[in-house]
Design a protein around this ligand. Sequence first.
Ligand code: NAP
Length: 264
Amino acid sequence: MNAPILVTGGTGTLGRLVVPLLRDAGHPVRVLSRRGGRLADGVEHVTADLLTGEGVDPAVRGVDTVLHLAGGPKGDDVATRHLVGAARRADVRHLVYISVVGADRVPLAWLRSKLEAERAVAGSGVPWTTLRAAQFHDLALTMVEKMAKLPVVPVPGGLRLQPVDARDVAARMAELTLGTPAGLVPELAGPRVYGMDELVTGYLTAVGRRRLRLPVRLPGRAGRAYRNGDNLARPGATLGVRTWEAFLAERLRRPAAEARGRAA
Ligand SMILES: NC(=O)c1ccc[n+]([C@@H]2O[C@H](COP(=O)([O-])OP(=O)(O)OC[C@H]3O[C@@H](n4cnc5c(N)ncnc54)[C@H](OP(=O)(O)O)[C@@H]3O)[C@@H](O)[C@H]2O)c1
């Protein structure tokens, strides 16, 4: 039996999509999270807290490859340093990390912590691969859903996103995990850049709602960086294939289909 691949955050939005791909490629998988998950064929769950470091060393023991997807709104730098230390002690041969497009350019605390996490990986002494991905469609949807709940929707002027489908990111992460250490690889973003107003309009049209819009200006240096497009992928980025429109149609169809299923 080959050594399991450790997937931190394997129960999250991205992790749930990557784990089956690694399984399909014939690898046993060990998933690390704080809350654990359901045992499945070839998938074991271990609980550990990357922020405190508790349980991390035993989770990494006996593993050659670590795919580090666990993340949160705060502390990804601290969490990653704990993982990197454990990976070094366990003689891990490949550490794969997911960061965010713009981590090196947009001056926001959570992006700075992603950049610090990238640096911890690159300086770990463990052979590594890091991919910066754009916002997932799921996150863009959560954003526009929240905005559309307000009677007047504030639309930040000049803010653009290039959302990417989490399934496209999962496929790329699986490929990188099964490949050899490659350092910082080309960024991954969605097939098209959208203005925030376009994303909001697409959503409102799809759900058949109308809302007044209020243009707002993002303040400070971060606002300037966003207006400058520093959160967008650089030329030469890899582009995902699934579009925002296709994702929206799929997501918004699902509740109706589920309701029909329940009624049957
Ligand atoms: N979402 C995006 O648009 C986007 C874009 C680019 C890059 N990324 C990056 O991709 C990664 C995955 O994102 P996602 O949206 O799939 O995240 P998610 O759905 O929020 O899942 C986070 C995962 O990490 C685990 N986790 C969180 N804190 C932990 C801790 N302290 N110790 C151990 N496990 C912990 C969670 O499980 P428990 O809560 O049970 O611990 C969960 O499995 C993150 O690194 C994120 O920064 C995300």
